[in-house]
Design a protein around this ligand. Sequence first.
Ligand code: FES
Length: 160
Amino acid sequence: MEFKFDWDKNASKIEELKKVIDEKKQLKGSLMPVLHKAQKIFGYLPIEVQKIISEELNVPLAEIYGVATFYSQFSLIPKGDYTIGVCLGTACYVKGAQDIIDEIKKEINVEVGGTTKDRKFSLVATRCIGACGLAPVMTINEDVYGKLKTGEAKDILKKY
Ligand code: FES
């Protein structure tokens, strides 16, 4: 899914990022803190932002891309208003979590790790969230739904 980066709308954020880079530029190991800050400012790390960081810090884009894709705290696409997490821990998995994921993918037309075009939902697969007694478990932001049966996830999404 392609999300277009709006340069005009992001102008003040870019300024903010450049200030951060100026402050950290001279420090050793400034890449991680700058990426963290950029993720905070923009909510994700689009390639356009990675390019700015690459130029300003004089670090190859490939290296930045490598770091941004390696660490799960960074995201290359914007997050939706609601993040749907489906637990793929062992207990949830054996109780059919994969079917729930498939059902959601179909319902909102998005892949795991993706965000819907309207930026309403993001779908992620999570590790055990410690609610195995409720397996299979789905979360939507702070809300937790357990003991899900086929077809239920779809109806729950309609509430959002
Ligand atoms: S395995 Fe899903 S909550 Fe523990």
